[in-house]
Ligand binder design. Sequence first.
Ligand code: GLN
Length: 472
Amino acid sequence: LLCQKQLQYTKHLNYMLQQTSSDVLEKQAKISEQLYSQGTAKALEGIPIAFKDNFCTLGVPTTCGSRMLLNYVPPYNATMVEKVLEAGALMIGKANLDEFAMGSGSTDGCHGPVINPWSMVTTPSGERLSPSVADQSSDGSDWFVAGGSSGGSAAAVAAGACLASFGSDTGGSVRIPASYCGLVGLKPTYGLLSRHGLIPLVNSMDVPGIFTKTVTDSAIILNAVAGHDNKDSTTVQESHTPIQIDEDIDISKLNVGIPKEFYVPGLSEEVVTVWREIADLLEKAGARVTEVSMPHSRHCIICYHVLCCCEVASNFSRYTGIEFGLRCGSEESTEELYAENRHHGFNDVVRGRILAGNFFLLRRNYERFFLKAQRIRRLISNDFKNAFSAGVDFLLTPITLSDAPSHSWFIQKDSRTRSAEQDVVTTAANLAGVPAISLPLKLSRQNLPLSLQLMGPRFSESRLLSLAHWIE
Ligand code: GLN
């Protein structure tokens, strides 16, 4: 009930699309209460959780923030949804996002932009945010962006509407909003969590990600959902749970690498300072902190975008308006029908990626673009392997270039330019499939959260979370 109040209170932040009715929540909460009193409560009993609106939810509209799917009501639950419900959680609703999870600000979905809850504390003009911001700033107010593409899921936790939420991280979409909203954002190893029912963006990189306020909460949620799923053949067969936080982690035994290529143009002075401070903190505790080189990371953006567009071109061919998606077109010919449905159904970011992907996949371009990007992806992955086999345990890097930017500043640039600048430090972990966590550390001069990223070898979640917990 408290969550419901919170949701109403912060409605104008536009982070929630579909909300579970208070009657249903009330009933479920009563059952949870009873189970607690009987001592039979499950791992997530009564815990309010939200899902990004690209996770399929049985009988609940799942729009992906796109006109294309405005009327789509899935006939099944995504495995992540199923698992949290089985563990006793309360699903409070579906969270706003960038259209089909393409973006890094949550400004590009058809339901309008998500507003960072920290804008309630401070705004770019230094005043309190006016509630009329819900009308898309008709009064000229500005706010801070929540980050994307899982901005609604992040804002829901930051605003106190739920204790945890799920987003999807294909190129940074959990870690970026976690950083802007001051949360712990975990992108697990590719294959640890099932993607079944997560509407695909880039199958070879998509990972369900978890937003929480603390590292311990992140481990609790991860344990409830990790593991093999018959419905997703890319999930691991062997068991990697339980993920345990080692409260007595011996920092003096750790070797932490600082990849020099992550010192990217545009990094704010405040981020560099906190990066240095945490490296110093680890060194004082006895860790070996060394500079490492990951020479291929400068190709991450271009490699990510070629592969992303190719997979998008293939994935999105299902949205014809016949089996799936908006049907609004003329019926003169099948071609025209598809074209018109897609013209009205997708925004120009999505259309642009489909076009680019089809271009890269043309027979005459395939080798030059797609195959080359695949080879570069291997080199990027090898950079990680080399660093870890040379004795580095974890990598410490920035996660966003600065604290949350203002909306007016953010929308000046087109989505491609924004991603090209921002995603330099995030996409490497997706290309290599390694786990990465965004960790909030202190407040900036503007009173907004500043975070850093830790990355580790595949399936090192227990140790990664233990180190993050020590730092937090
Ligand atoms: N900004 C990236 C993109 O637009 C990240 C997407 C994601 O992680 N879902 O593709």
